[in-house]
Design a protein around this ligand. Structure first.
Ligand code: SUG
Length: 446
């Protein structure tokens, strides 16, 4: 049997904008209120998907959410026609309107946590959408995310879907952004690494002082229970609270893993050496590479600015690993020099590919934020909704679809435009047909 890692990238939605919604995420706050280009953003994302497909990797597509989220605006008391709801929200509560218009579901590393069948007690692939409770705009995502995942992985012989965790900060769950899996081959049982920012039920435990820790230990433990993971193959690792306070709002901004490699910053974790010993013990036999980036070569601030760790580390069909890095890494002397030396070192990473995802980067989302990893065997791949797997035809079709429906430029003031709502719904209605999803959006189900 063959095994693969399939990356499901989030298609950027038609309302992509910069609203400064994410306290603790430096890029989101510093680009607040600048003009965005939904069309460029969607096309940059599609180019990345196509580039990975052309490297010989399996690539999937995850549909965006319905925005503006009219159901939430109505739930919050704005009433009348759709146009009146938008006008009232824009006048009385522009920050709430902006939150209800965010295209943040593009960062599918936060869509869900996934455990491959080799790790779970019932031999199925388990999915739990992330509740994303820490940010209001993101907490609006999990229900529709769950429906989209069920429409793609729609075969209960292979796939088990769980409901997102209770919507409360005690169980704050940010999905795969705080979860890495180490294994010798994608099909072998691996060690699942859950990285948390704080303990919700232990006030004495270390926690950041300035910015929020979005992921709790208790949420990670709940996911491990739901997915039927064996304690002997799970490691809980605390993120260094000081780096959260320096703008590392998710673990995937300071470390990334692939197969038997963990690429991380010297300051990423608490109690690093003891935890690495636990990983080694639970990993068992087989080579394991810990590639540490020293702070005197790349500072935490430079890592946050360039997203050196929000790179995708992928295994190419030839067996070597490649890093997919944002062009911001190439533009930084320190990071470009570091990456040039990394491929010469004794590590499996042998290639660097730079990609332009600047529209997403300005909101704090790099290449790794834009993708959800799903390790599957060939039978499981055959059970995936084939319309969501990228090939040249789907790439061309989605580009044409973006050209037809997306605006070239969008300002926060445009979010109240009723025409944007109609454009967005028309686009998504057509998209659900292209991707064979059926009805997943509230406007389709009402
Ligand atoms: O949750 N930005 C996202 C970025 C998520 C990046 N994902 C990972 N690291 N996996 C967030 O902070 C900004 C939206 C705005 O300000 O308009 C935003 O939601």
């Amino acid at each position: 049997m063959k095994h693969f890692e399939v990356n499901f990238d989030g298609l950027v939605g038609p309302t992509h904008n910069y609203a400064g919604l994410s306290f603790g995420n430096v890029a989101s706050l510093s680009n607040a209120a600048s003009a965005s280009s939904p069309r460029q953003a969607a096309k940059q994302g599609l180019m990345k998907m196509k580039a990975l497909h052309d490297l010989g990797l399996k690539q999937g597509v995850l549909a965006p959410q319905e925005r503006p989220d009219m159901a939430t605006l109505r739930r919050l008391g704005f009433s009348g026609t759709d146009a009146q709801v938008l006008a009232k929200a824009a006048k009385e509560a522009p920050a709430i309107l902006a939150a209800c218009c965010s295209a943040s579901s593009m960062w599918t590393a936060n869509a869900a946590t996934i455990s491959p069948s080799a790790d779970t007690s019932d031999g199925r692939v388990h999915f739990t959408p992330a509740n994303l409770t820490n940010k209001f705009h993101r907490s609006l995502e999990p229900a529709v995310t769950g429906r989209i995942l069920q429409a793609i992985f729609n075969d209960d012989r292979h796939f088990q879907h769980h409901k997102h965790l209770p919507d409360n900060d005690h169980f704050g769950d940010e999905g795969a952004a705080n979860h890495t899996r180490l294994c010798s081959h994608y099909g072998h049982a691996g060690v699942e690494l859950f990285v948390y920012g704080r303990e919700a039920f232990n006030a004495a435990a270390p926690a950041p002082k300035k910015y929020p820790a979005r992921q709790t230990l208790e949420a990670s433990q709940a996911i491990a229970r739901l997915h039927g993971l064996d304690d002997d193959t799970v490691v809980y690792l605390q993120q260094n609270p000081d780096v959260i306070d320096a703008g590392v709002f998710h673990n995937d901004v300071i470390s990334v893993g692939n197969q038997n490699l963990l690429f991380y910053h010297q300051d990423a974790f608490v109690d690093t050496q003891a935890k690495f010993a636990e990983i080694r013990r639970k990993f068992g036999d087989g080579e394991l590479h810990f590639v540490e980036v020293p702070r005197d070569q790349v500072s935490v601030a430079e890592a946050v600015k360039t997203y050196l760790f929000n790179t995708q580390v992928v295994t190419l069909p030839s067996g070597i690993m490649a890093i997919i890095a944002p062009t911001e890494c190439e533009e930084s002397d320190a990071v470009r020099t570091y990456l040039a030396s990394l491929v010469e070192q004794d590590s499996p990473i042998k290639e660097v590919h730079y990609m332009d995802v600047k529209q997403s980067m300005r909101n704090g989302g790099g290449p790794a934020c834009l993708r959800l990893r799903v390790a599957l065997n060939d039978e499981e791949v055959a059970a995936v909704n084939p319309s969501c797997l990228l090939d040249d035809a789907l790439f061309n079709r989605l580009n044409t679809w973006v050209d037809k429906h997306y605006r070239e430029e969008l300002h926060v003031a445009d979010l109240a435009d009723p025409a944007l709502l109609m454009e967005s719904r028309d686009a998504l209605d057509e998209l659900t047909q292209i991707l064979g999803l059926g009805s997943v959006y509230p406007f389709q189900l009402d």
